[in-house]
Design a binder for this molecule. Structure first.
Ligand code: CA
Length: 224
């Protein structure tokens, strides 16, 4: 499952990203315009959307999402006591809201509810050629053959599959699979990409994981 967090307060955003990454693939941005950029490129299972944002506020972003015909679940974050904002958010099509400061466990619980509501109608498999990832059972297969991955390998692969044909930096991949206590700067991403390649690409003519020298890695989807 893939979540977008839109929050301009850096401390809150960083914390949410770090904690949600233990459960979901997470993208984040800090203003309304870049939220729309993300939403125009990717499909999310849920959006956590702050109301007070630079450039374009959360209500405007939400209206844009709904006007485009998308029913992506949205949880609004509102300031304490801001009842007008809350009502405007619900009127604009928010699925739920949380009043700051909120408990992280509550956010997780609400995300579980709104994503479950949508799962039945949403596709839960990601495919690239003959490579298939089921994001609910967290299982992977290639050409119909099941592949067993460790949780780190799975998280890296899922993140790559959610961003096909886009170069992801080592830093982005590292943030996705390792939490803040992890000391960066080592070659841990390269090591895990090597494990992943051995499991999904080795022995096949088509190689999905490409190295982009000096930048990072990319999952390349062949033209069907
Ligand atoms: Ca804000």
């Amino acid at each position: 499952m893939k979540i977008l967090i839109v929050e301009d307060e850096r401390d809150i955003r960083t914390l949410l990203v770090k904690r949600l990454q233990k459960h979901y693939s997470v993208d984040s941005c800090e203003d309304g315009e870049s939220a729309l950029d993300h939403l125009s490129v990717y499909t999310y299972d849920a959006v956590v959307l702050d109301i007070m944002l630079p450039k374009m506020n959360g209500i405007q972003v939400l209206k844009y999402i709904r006007n485009s015909g998308s029913d992506t679940p949205v949880i609004m974050l509102t300031a304490k006591g801001d009842i007008e904002d809350r009502v405007a958010g619900l009127d604009a099509g928010a699925d739920d809201y949380l009043v700051k400061p909120f408990s992280f466990d509550e956010l997780l619980a609400r995300l579980r509810v709104i994503t479950r509501r949508n799962t039945s109608t949403k596709k839960t498999t990601l495919t690239a050629g003959d490579l298939v990832v089921d994001t609910v059972s967290k299982t992977v297969s290639r050409a119909g053959v099941p592949i067993s991955l460790t949780s780190k390998e799975y998280m890296l692969l899922e993140y790559l599959m959610y961003h096909p044909n886009i170069t992801l930096t080592r830093n982005q991949l590292e943030q996705q699979a390792w939490d803040s206590s992890f000391e960066g700067g080592s070659n841990v991403v390269d090591v895990y990409i090597r494990y992943l390649r051995k499991k999904i690409d080795s022995g096949y003519d088509v190689k999905y994981i490409k190295t982009v020298y000096g930048m990072g890695y990319r999952l390349e989807v062949p033209n069907e």
